[in-house]
Design a protein around this ligand. Structure first.
Ligand code: DGL
Length: 365
């Protein structure tokens, strides 16, 4: 029997008042419950972020790769507000000394951790000199959409205005963020979030050292990532490469183009076993007419020639523009600088030695 309108009129306000006094409904309680903190592993490899100088004024004079990961983490208690963090010391080296074997060992550990249900994100502390190469390599071979964030610093932690602590705090914030999933390997430096594919070290002695020719993907401010762009090229889960299927990386070398250049370096690299040579050419990857005959001979021996450019920061090498790539069976490196082109060529050569396939790979990654 429906309530009379008079009785309903009396009861409803009393019921509404009573509801306000009740504890929140179960679903509201769940919504209010603090979410579990993400589990983030910091893999430390060395570099300036682990560096130490003699005094606070020594911002550029210091020894890299001195401070252990436990001390880096202990030095930033605020990390506990961002994630459940644990550290592993994978290497303790300056990154100019990285080898292909270091890349493979680090990649295997990242793959193992990213496959673990007990890991939500990974941070890699790294020297800045070759950070861009490691970040690109992992972007190509780690088959996971979990955040992998590579971070370094331009000043040691002992210096005035050291940048490492905030860079590392930002890296953990990004690695702990579900929004960072599926964006490929990332690099946090100087408040910015960059794609591991695009970013490179453009300045060798200031905190604003890292630049991406097509711009950063976002920023981190007070532990919160803000996103403005997405990567355009294939990476991680959408890559055809997999660290699990890579036993070794072929030797790929880089030769610089400049006035008065000869083919000596290219021939020496080939004689030492290089499977591909990255030409860091002038302008649009141009090749001196003094060098072309030597490169044709090397190509005939099966050595690949990949044309990149010594001009870094915002253009790309165009196939068959000034240089007849089809005629000489060369590969154009697109927008990748020479050091990035070396990484992609080495990874690509683990699956093919066909120059047309190599060119496809350089367009797509
Ligand atoms: N030796 C350099 C390196 O380990 C130091 C530069 C840095 O980490 O900022 O990459």
């Amino acid at each position: 029997m429906p309530l009379s309108s008079q009785l309903r009129h009396l009861l409803l306000p009393a019921l509404a008042a009573a509801a306000l006094l009740l504890p929140p409904a179960a679903h509201a309680r769940e919504a209010a419950a603090p979410a579990r903190l993400a589990k983030v592993v910091i893999l430390a490899t060395g570099g300036t972020i682990a560096g130490a100088g003699a005094d606070a004024a020594s911002s550029a004079t210091y020894q890299a790769a001195k401070v252990p990961v436990e001390k880096l983490v202990a030095g930033i208690p605020e990390l506990k507000n961002l994630a459940e963090v644990r550290g592993e010391q994978v290497f303790q080296i300056a990154s100019e000394s990285f080898t292909n074997e270091h890349l493979l060992q680090l990649g295997r550990r990242v793959a193992e951790l990213s496959a673990s249900a007990d890991v939500d994100g990974i941070v890699i502390t790294h020297g800045t000199d070759t950070l861009e190469e490691t970040a690109f390599f992992l972007n190509l071979v780690i088959r996971s959409d979990k955040p992998v964030v590579v971070v370094g610093s331009m000043r040691p932690g002992t210096a005035l205005s050291a940048d490492g602590a905030l860079n590392l705090y930002d890296a953990v914030a990004v690695a702990a963020s579900s929004d960072a999933r599926g964006k490929g390997v990332l690099v946090t430096m100087n408040d910015e979030i960059h794609s591991g594919r695009d970013v490179s070290k453009a300045v060798n002695i200031r905190p604003d050292a890292f630049r991406s020719p097509w711009g950063p993907l976002g920023m981190v401010v007070e532990g919160k990532p803000y996103w403005f762009r997405l990567p355009a090229k294939r990476h991680t889960l959408n890559s055809e490469f997999d660290i699990a299927r890579i036993q070794s990386l072929a030797p790929v070398e880089i030769a610089y183009g400049y006035g008065n250049v000869s083919d000596t370096a290219y021939k020496a690299f080939a004689a030492a076993g290089a499977k591909a040579i990255i030409h860091a050419g002038t302008g649009n990857g141009s090749v001196s007419n003094r060098v072309v005959p030597g490169l044709q001979a090397l190509r005939a021996q099966g050595v690949h020639i990949v044309r990149s450019s010594r001009v870094d920061g915002g253009g790309f090498v165009l196939r068959n523009a000034e240089q007849p790539d089809d005629k000489y069976d060369w590969v154009a490196a697109h927008d990748l600088n020479p050091q990035k082109a070396r990484i992609l060529a080495a990874v690509a050569l683990t699956t093919t030695s066909d120059s047309r396939e190599l060119q496809r790979i350089f367009w797509e990654y």
